[in-house]
Design a protein around this ligand. Sequence first.
Ligand SMILES: Nc1ncnc2c1ncn2[C@@H]1O[C@H](COP(=O)(O)OP(=O)(O)OP(=O)(O)O)[C@@H](O)[C@H]1O
Ligand SMILES: [Mg+2]
Length: 376
Amino acid sequence: MGITRVPSLGLRKGSIIDIESTAKAIDECLNALEKLTGIEIMSAVVGFSGASISIINNHAVVAVGNPDYEITLDDKERVLQSARNIGLPPDKVIVHTIERQYIVDGYDGVKDPVGMAGSRLECEVAIILSALAAIQNIRRSAARINLELERVIYNPLLASEAVLIPNEKEMGVALVDIGAGVTTVSYFEKGSILYTAVIPVGGEYITKDLAIVLHTSLDEAERIKISSGVVSPEMAEQDKMIEIQNLQGRESRQVSQEVIADIISARVVEIMEMVYAELNSFGCLDRLYAGIVLTGGGANLTGIAPMAEEYLNIPVRTAVPENLRGIATDFNKPENAAVLGGAIYAARTVKMEYAENSFLPGLINKLTDWFKDLFR
Ligand SMILES: Nc1ncnc2c1ncn2[C@@H]1O[C@H](COP(=O)(O)OP(=O)(O)OP(=O)(O)O)[C@@H](O)[C@H]1O
Ligand SMILES: [Mg+2]
């Protein structure tokens, strides 16, 4: 129904460093959203990222308990429990356990083994870990403004819901989300996430460098990047000059678009080097059958997909969230991938409860129908 966005000063490199100002930013965002939609917001699905994220792939085996070898919920829970049983340092928490697949008597690719016949049940899981403090800081920020947290979900999982198609996830695809403070690189195969890493640089890194080299403010550098930035000097218009204000915002001078592109290019190449290093460490470079999908605000940079494709020598597409219907087309921007993924996720899984008299019955029906209609 609406998307709102406010600057947040409480985060650095994707992690909360100041609860008070994070809470204030969330509050401002929600107030604007309430005004926009006329709906009071009590609870939220929250997407998060941060440099403390890691992923562990684990595998477990159990003997099926039932004497007639019918796999029960109890067997499934036992094998999952065993797969989740990793030595966890006290400062880490498991935020997600993704059931990648079950294997019944050696037959793999089973999504849900309950009710199947077999004597040996195996499961493969991907376990996403975060620093405990990072999750606690999200909870504290929400508590500060009395916002109930429905779920806290790792952003790339949300973004993948909004921008990847099932076929890509099946074949092998890397999702690269270039945000402001962080770039996340995730690899999906056989329908679910297998590897993920958070690189502590993003669009802000480019903006900061522009501000330093061009002797201007961060706001002005951000404005120039968005209005005139291109990813390489070859893409700049010949002789095109850009007006830049000095640090005090008074005098202005002219800088060629080519010089600006040169600065941007150096930082983007660095980010791509780091993306490549992560993909290489995942060991998935020769399995990227569906290529790389770029999303996040940084994917708006003119020319970034062809540049990444050339640099990485892997097919690259820029993705806007499209996996939902009935959404205003101006929401279809790469920077909305995670938030719209959150809407898809919530519509699918979170139980909607409405206060007795807050809606007319007719409106409730309309709302639930609308949610059902959300998926293709
Ligand atoms: N047209 C554009 N050209 C270049 N960069 C852009 C453009 N539009 C947005 N950006 C950059 O995208 C970044 C914001 O992206 P996004 O909204 O995905 O980040 P975020 O999710 O808030 O941050 P993070 O994921 O790091 O926590 C900013 O650095 C911004 O400068
Ligand atoms: Mg982001």
